[in-house]
Design a protein around this ligand. Structure first.
Ligand code: FAD
Length: 450
């Protein structure tokens, strides 16, 4: 029979590692971490590309410089992670049309203000309708139509919602964002965190309680404990499970529950949207884009919303790397994931030739992450509908018997972010500790009674 541990943590992303660390620090040493992929980090993941280390998942430490300290920023400073300040706000002054002309800053600023005003108006009317129970949303007459309006609408909604809606990350932790530009990757933070409670040697985790390539397929749970089955036929048993897989994975059928999860749970899981966010990296023999102050980000205005709209050069992070990054989201991400990288390269080059003329060199290399088609991710991060009540999140987070849920999608204030995952893991770890203490007390009382 399988040996029984106190806790099994499923998933070794930042939330799973943070939860495990809290448990270990509080004396729960007989824990097992089951991770489906061949590495820790989850959506924090670097890859070598064009001579430098690029982040396929989380790239920024967002929320710095405010009234409250962002624990991820503090930890990064402590371990000396190399970062550089990023200022998105200039992007709106570097908007190119299809003939390579930059929109005059006045036009750009006006369009931007118009888009913010209309987004705020839309939000208000949504809220008003929601309060009276109606769900009719009038598409306002100022819906974006021209390429520049579409581009700004895309930037605003898919990147800068903080301008419209207060977002805790920016309100509480501050408005500054830092790009991680460290050869060891953002994931260095995770290794440093893991080092405190898992046996490591020369930067490698050798602790046998961390089990990689273990794809959990079934959770059998009862009043007495949880039995976990993996794809390779292994069986693990524990008193409790912490499940840290993404909301996309919870929505998929990768893991089956016996008995099935209650209806309130599955309904809540179904209500959270999954955002797909894709950073495509392109390597060039030399740079042909402007690089001075205020030029890190630029925008391409096309009649199709979100079509290779948002660009960044990596010269600030890695001077001389000659790398550009273009970010796609949602439907465009899914479309590009489904086609070959050669097709994507051709599309990106044609967009760049619109902006910078026909004589620019071809990219020599392309990297297209596929977060949507990754069965251990199924998307990039959670996105609660603007008008969803807190109940949905509470239900997604609530434990079911001996199964505890964690992950960025369970963070009330910071879902969608690395610090959200980190704080969620700590919180879940603490609630489980409390439950374990309560269980122990209940047992003692029963014993005394007998
Ligand atoms: P994960 O990191 O997904 O960890 C869950 C783990 O569970 C994974 O390792 C997965 O392999 C594993 N798993 C899944 N299924 C199973 C199974 N059946 N059995 C065993 N293990 C399983 N955040 C920021 O703060 N700043 C950013 O700039 C930023 N940009 C982002 C860009 C992209 C492209 C993406 C994808 C995310 C970005 N995020 C950003 C969000 C951030 O990466 C996440 O919020 C955070 O890393 C999530 O951590 P987690 O522990 O909740 O989940």
């Amino acid at each position: 029979p399988p040996s029984r541990s106190s806790v099994i943590i499923i998933g070794a992303g930042i939330s799973g590692i943070s939860a495990a660390k809290v448990l270990a620090q509080n004396g729960i040493e007989d824990l097992v971490i089951l991770e489906a992929s061949d590495r820790i980090g989850g959506r924090i993941r670097k890859e070598d590309f064009g001579g430098v280390s690029v982040e396929l998942g989380a790239g920024w430490i967002a929320g710095v410089g405010g009234k409250e300290a962002n624990p991820v920023w503090e930890f990064a400073s402590q371990v000396g992670l190399r970062t550089c300040f990023s200022d998105y706000s200039n992007a709106r002054y570097n908007i190119y049309d299809r003939n390579g002309k930059i929109f005059p800053s006045g036009v750009a600023a006006d369009s931007y203000k118009k888009a913010v005003d209309s987004a705020i108006e839309k939000l208000r009317s949504l809220e008003a309708n929601h309060l009276v129970g109606g769900d009719v949303i009038n598409e306002s007459s100022c819906a974006p139509k021209t390429p520049i309006e579409l581009a700004i609408d895309f930037i605003l909604h898919d990147f800068e919602m903080a301008e419209v809606e207060p977002i805790s990350t920016y309100v509480d932790f501050g408005e500054r964002e830092f790009l991680v530009a460290d050869e060891r990757g953002y994931e260095h933070l995770l290794y440093k965190m893991a080092e405190d409670f898992l046996y490591t040697s020369q930067g490698k985790i050798l602790d046998t309680r961390l089990k990689l390539n273990k794809v959990v397929r079934e959770l059998q749970h009862s009043r007495n404990g949880v039995i976990v089955k993996t794809e390779d036929g292994c069986v693990y048993e524990a008193n409790y499970v912490i499940l840290s897989v993404s909301i996309g994975v919870l929505q998929s059928n990768l893991i089956s529950f016996r008995p099935p999860l209650p209806r309130w749970k599955t309904e809540a899981i179904g209500k959270c949207d999954v955002m797909v966010y894709t950073k495509i990296f392109l390597k060039f023999p030399y740079k042909f884009w402007p690089c001075g102050p205020g030029k890190e980000f630029f925008i391409y205005a096309h009649e199709r919303r979100g079509y290779y709209t948002f660009w960044q050069h990596m010269e600030n992070a890695y001077p001389g790397s000659n790398i550009l990054v273009v970010t796609l989201t949602n439907e465009e991400s899914k479309r590009v994931e489904a086609q070959s990288d050669e097709e994507t390269l051709a599309e990106a080059m044609s967009v760049l030739r619109d902006m910078f003329g026909p004589n620019i060199p071809n990219a020599t290399n392309i990297l297209v992450p596929r977060w949507w088609n990754n069965r251990f991710q199924r998307g990039s991060y959670s996105n609660y509908p603007m008008i969803s009540n807190n109940k949905v999140l509470q239900d997604i987070k609530a434990s079911v018997g001996r199964i505890f849920f964690t992950g960025e999608h369970t963070s009330e204030r910071f879902n969608g972010y690395v610090h959200g995952g980190h704080l969620a893991g700590i919180e879940t770890g603490k609630s489980l500790l409390e439950e374990m203490r309560n269980e122990k007390e209940r047992k003692n009382e029963d014993q005394a009674f007998l």
